[in-house]
Design a protein around this ligand. Structure first.
Ligand code: NAD
Length: 522
């Protein structure tokens, strides 16, 4: 028996009037359901938390998207206990049954994708195009991991030895914690949780506060697909309280985290310690931020480069870990490219409006996120020539893009992750110089180079040190299976999501040897 080969989920075509009408109806359905209350989901039960969090629309902050019960640290422990209880059963479910469940999950998500798109638009201000790309990737995670788990379930070939049967196989680890950020609120928690569950583990999911309602929609997908109670437990909560309690818990075997560098490095340190009662060191995955550079040389197709740079710098308002936040221009191309770039940025940013109506440019996630970016906007004149200055507008957390030219490599706006619509432009003498500048940051997540010269492309391939290098295309938009994603240096610890290696993080290897030709006893 075999599954048909993996293929990426096609995107919805909003130019098709029927699709447009279907999606509009689904988004209107979501609008009619805003403001509901969401309890914790532990061991299949719905429980109240000690506090309610009002998740709001970043474009219209007076609109409450949902009232979410936030767990206490004690309830986080309860969730770990529920996951531990469920592990005994789930870890023994056959690989085929687990794969079948994931495929059902993919089908449920396909049916609900327009509705989920509406939740993304309302809760995190992501427009239809961006949301649909993300949800297609989430469907891919179900399909990809169904195939991956079958491949891993038969173990790996090892060297045969006469007189023995030797087996090399993989076992689940136990209870894992998944902690996710708000900016890819469906594909990131799902990517981690699906892989963990596919491997036979059970999971406690602590989503980002800002995307808690979406996390409940994802829980609903697993529930409808028939996942047994307790295999996935959902405990929205405050990071320093609930996240921290989960990370330190002695019965947690692994922590899969995606988020900021500050939180990721702290989690790495905390999860590494032993606490009383702990029987095993935790396995830790921390995928963190970026300060991604795009390089353009005089051998580039400038028109194409401009479109791709703008999409990656201000698509979803620059709130992507993979967003281009440094543009390194080789001297000859500098003036001509910048002129076109500013025109394109102005065009995209002027198409600003509610994400639920699919406008191109939306709000930032929160007042705090906007204030953080504004802090960098305020310091920008000290570090370069400000070509566009991000200004506020409207009721929500809107902020126009900022572009700063002639930025030195070692200043804060060229070194720190700003995580918003802010582009620092650096000048380089040659491609070699540009790559040297690009590598001069602590991060190594994504990078892009635009050039039609094969020698330049080869040089970039060999010298530009990032987890995902894109040649002649934007630094954003990874597809599962096709572009395995993840960074190194202070951007991440390595296992790339959507890769053939990813499931290995959630499994432990076992070697079994059976002697079959026993020496004759005398
Ligand atoms: P964040 O680090 O503030 O929060 C991430 C998660 O950690 C949230 O669920 C939060 O509640 C939790 N948390 C906070 N404090 C905690 C603590 N003390 N202990 C345990 N958990 C805690 O990040 P964010 O603002 O939600 O997301 C944006 C960041 O995520 C950016 O830095 C971005 O680059 C990064 N990111 C990285 C990737 C990647 O694949 N490398 C992908 C998307 C986003």
């Amino acid at each position: 028996m075999a599954l048909e080969p993996f293929g990426n989920e096609p995107f919805l075509d909003f130019r098709n009037p029927e699709e447009l009408a279907r999606t509009r109806a689904a988004v209107a359905g979501v609008q009619a359901n805003l403001g509901q209350e969401y309890p914790l989901r532990i061991g299949g039960r719905a429980l109240s938390g000690p506090r309610l969090f009002e998740s709001s629309d970043p474009g219209v902050p007076s609109t409450v998207v949902g009232r979410v019960h936030m767990a206490s640290a004690e309830q986080a422990s309860l969730a770990v206990a529920a996951a531990q209880e469920a592990f005994a059963g789930w870890s023994r479910v056959s690989a085929w049954e687990r794969a079948a469940l994931l495929l059902r999950g993919a089908d449920v998500l396909r049916q609900r994708r327009r509705e989920l798109l509406g939740w993304l638009a309302y809760e995190v201000g992501k427009n239809w195009d961006q949301s649909d790309g993300e949800i297609a990737e989430a469907i891919d995670h179900f399909e990809w991991n169904a195939r991956q788990l079958l491949a891993w379930s038969s173990g790996k070939e090892i060297q045969p030895l006469a007189s023995e049967i030797n087996q090399y196989r993989y076992l689940p680890l136990g209870v894992g914690v998944v902690i996710s950020p708000w900016n890819f609120p469906s594909t990131l928690p799902l990517g981690m949780a699906i892989a963990a569950i596919a491997a036979g583990n059970t999971v406690v999911l602590k989503p980002a506060e800002e995307a808690s309602v979406i996390a409940h929609q994802l829980y609903g997908v697993f529930e409808e697909a028939g996942l047994p109670s307790g295999v996935l437990n959902l405990v929205p909560g405050y990071g320093p309280e609930v996240g921290d309690a989960l990370v330190r818990h002695p019965d947690v075997q692994f922590v899969a985290f995606v988020g900021s560098r500050a939180v990721g490095t702290a989690i790495h340190a905390r999860a590494a310690g032993l606490v009383p009662g702990q029987k095993q060191l935790k396995r830790i995955m921390t995928e963190m931020g970026g300060k991604n550079a795009t390089i353009v040389t005089s051998a580039a197709d400038v028109g194409w480069a401009v479109r791709e740079i703008v999409a990656s710098a201000i698509g979803y308002q620059g709130q992507k870990c993979s967003a281009t936040s440094r543009l390194i221009l080789v001297d000859d191309v500098h003036d001509g490219l910048l002129e076109q770039l500013l025109g394109e940025i102005d065009r995209v940013a002027s198409s600003s409006g509610p994400a639920a109506e699919n406008w191109g440019y939306g709000p930032l996630i929160s007042a705090a996120a906007r204030q953080k970016v504004e802090g960098f906007v305020a310091m920008a004149p000290r570090w370069g020539k400000v070509l566009r200055e991000g200004a506020r507008s409207g009721e929500g957390h809107w902020l126009a893009p900022t572009v700063v030219d002639d930025v030195p490599v070692d200043c804060p706006i060229a070194q720190e992750e700003i995580f918003g619509p802010f582009l620092s432009v650096l000048r380089a003498r040659t491609l070699e110089h540009a790559v040297e500048l690009a590598n001069q940051v602590d991060y190594a997540l994504t990078g892009a180079v635009f050039s039609r010269d094969p020698k330049e492309i080869d040089f970039a391939r060999d010298n530009f040190l990032v987890g995902n290098l894109y040649l002649n295309r934007s630094s954003t938009g990874a597809m599962a299976g096709v572009h395995p994603f993840g960074g190194y240096k202070l951007s991440g610890t390595g296992p790339k999501v959507g890769s053939p290696d990813y499931l290995g993080f959630f499994l432990q290897a076992q070697a079994i040897t059976q002697k079959v030709r026993l020496p004759r006893s005398r």
